[in-house]
Design a binder for this molecule. Structure first.
Ligand code: UD2
Length: 376
C-alpha cells in the first residue's frame, strides 16, 4: 500500500530531483555522493523505510548515469587533445624540414619591420633562387673603383670574383681607374667581360669616395643600362672568400655594417649635423649600412646614385662634408627608400672583428691595409 502510494507520487519520479539531475559534479564528487547515498544514515529508515530506499536507489541511478557521462566526456577530451598535439607536432616538423617559406635561422634577425628578408646563410635555398633567376636570362654588372694606389687590390679581387661571384651568370666588370695599365691580365671565364672606365686621379682621397656616386650615376645613364639588368657596387680593398650569388639581387639590397649589427640606432655613425643633406635625427634609422657592398636593378642604383650625388653637391656648396663621406648620404637615402633585401655582414666582413657564432660564412672580406700609406 505504501509502495503503491509512493510509486504514484510525483516526488519519486526523476524530475522530482532537479537539483541532483542538473547539478554539475566532477567525477570525484560523483564517487563521494554515490558512497554517501549507499551508506546512508540508518535512523532515517525508521518509518519511511521503503520511501528512503526508493529515494536512495533513484539517487544512485542518477549518479551512475552522471558518472558514466563524465567518464565518457573525459576520455573523449583526452583522446581529442592527443590527436591535436600529434597533428600540430607533425605539421610543424614538416614545415621546418621541407618548407622553403620558413626561415631556418632563429639566432639572427631574418626579417625587417618592412618585411624585407635579411640574407644569412641558412635562410634560403640557392638552387631555387638560381633556377628562377636563370629564366630571366639577366646580366649583372660589378662596379669597382681602383684609383691611384688602390689598383694593387685588383689582382686578388678579380681572381676571387672569378671563383665566387655570380657563378654561371653573365657578368660585366666595370673598373673605374686612372691607371688602366695596372689592370692585371686575368683569364676570365665564359660570359664574363671586363670594361675599363677612365677616371680622374682625384687629388683628395675624400673626393674619390664622394665622386663614386656621380660617376655611377653618369655611367649608368651612358653605358650600364644597355648592358646589364642588375648592378652590384663594392669596395676594391676586399676579396671574395665564399659564394656570392643571385641571393643578393633584388630591387635594392644593402649590407648591414659589421660594426653596427645588433646595435641601437643612437650609436650609428650617421651624419648628425642638420646643415648636411645627409642629416639623420637621433630617433630615426633602421640599420647602419656599409657602402662597401650594395646591389639593385639598374634603375634603382641609378636613382640612389643620383640622389646621393645631388646631396653631396649641395653639401659642397654649403662648404660641408658628411662625416662618412658618400656612405652618410647612402644611409640617408636608404632610410627613406627602404631596401627590398638587407644583406647580413657575411657580405662585408673584416677579420679584425673575429668570428662571432652567428657568422656562418665570410663571403666578402676586407684586405688589411695601411690607410695613411695607401691614401697618400
Ligand atoms: C669605409 C667603407 C667604404 C666607404 C668609406 C667612407 C667599409 C668596408 N668600407 O672604407 O665603403 O664608405 O669608409 O669613408 O666599410 N678608393 C680608391 N682610391 C683611393 C681611395 C679609395 O680607389 O685612393 C676607392 C676604393 O674602391 C676603396 C673605396 O674607394 O675600396 C673606399 O675607400 P677605403 O677603402 O679607403 O675606405 P675605408 O676603408 O675607410
Amino acid at each position: 500500500m505504501i509502495e503503491y502510494q509512493l510509486s504514484t507520487r510525483a516526488p519519486f519520479s526523476t524530475s522530482s530531483l532537479p537539483s541532483l539531475e542538473y547539478e554539475k559534479v566532477s567525477s570525484q564528487s560523483c564517487d563521494t555522493k554515490l558512497h554517501a547515498a549507499l551508506e546512508g544514515d540508518s535512523e532515517h529508515f525508521v518509518g519511511t523505510r521503503s520511501m528512503t530506499i526508493l529515494r536512495k536507489m533513484e539517487q544512485v541511478k542518477i549518479l551512475r548515469v552522471k558518472c558514466k557521462k563524465y567518464a565518457v566526456l573525459t576520455v573523449t577530451s583526452v583522446l581529442l587533445l592527443l590527436v591535436v598535439v600529434y597533428t600540430s607536432f607533425h605539421i610543424s616538423n614538416n614545415i621546418n624540414i621541407q618548407s622553403p617559406y620558413v626561415p631556418r635561422r632563429t639566432d639572427v634577425n631574418v626579417l625587417t619591420t618592412w618585411l624585407a628578408p635579411v640574407i644569412w646563410e641558412g635562410t634560403y635555398d640557392y638552387e631555387i633562387l638560381n633556377e628562377q633567376f636563370k629564366k630571366g636570362n639577366h646580366s649583372i654588372g660589378l662596379i669597382i673603383f681602383a684609383i691611384k694606389k688602390y689598383t694593387r687590390f685588383l689582382k686578388d679581387f678579380l681572381a676571387t670574383a672569378e671563383l665566387y661571384f655570380m657563378q654561371g651568370h653573365r657578368v660585366h666588370y666595370y673598373i673605374f681607374t686612372d691607371r688602366p695599365q695596372d689592370i692585371p691580365n686575368i683569364a676570365l671565364k665564359e660570359n664574363r667581360f671586363l670594361h675599363v672606365i677612365r677616371s680622374k686621379p682625384y687629388k683628395r682621397w675624400q673626393d674619390i669616395l664622394f665622386q663614386r656616386m656621380k660617376n655611377i650615376e653618369t655611367q649608368t645613364a651612358k653605358q650600364f643600362y644597355k648592358e646589364v639588368d642588375y648592378l652590384v657596387s663594392t669596395d676594391i680593398d676586399m676579396k671574395f672568400n665564399d659564394h656570392v650569388g643571385v641571393e643578393v639581387l633584388g630591387n635594392l639590397a644593402a649590407t648591414i655594417h659589421l660594426g653596427f649589427y645588433g646595435k641601437h640606432r643612437t650609436i650609428f655613425s650617421y651624419e648628425r649635423r642638420q646643415i648636411s643633406e645627409a642629416y639623420i635625427p637621433w630617433n630615426e634609422g633602421d640599420f647602419y649600412y656599409s657602402s662597401a657592398f650594395y646591389a639593385g636593378t639598374v634603375k634603382e642604383i641609378y636613382l640612389l646614385a643620383k640622389v646621393c650625388a645631388e646631396g653631396i653637391e649641395k653639401d659642397k656648396k654649403k662648404g660641408i662634408e658628411a662625416i662618412w663621406h658618400e656612405e652618410s648620404h647612402f644611409n640617408k637615402y636608404l632610410l627613406y627608400h627602404k631596401p627590398t633585401k638587407v644583406l647580413s655582414p657575411e657580405y662585408t666582413w673584416d677579420n679584425n672583428f673575429g668570428t662571432p657564432s652567428y657568422l656562418k660564412k665570410k663571403r666578402f672580406i676586407a684586405v688589411p691595409k695601411n690607410h695613411n700609406e695607401i691614401r697618400n
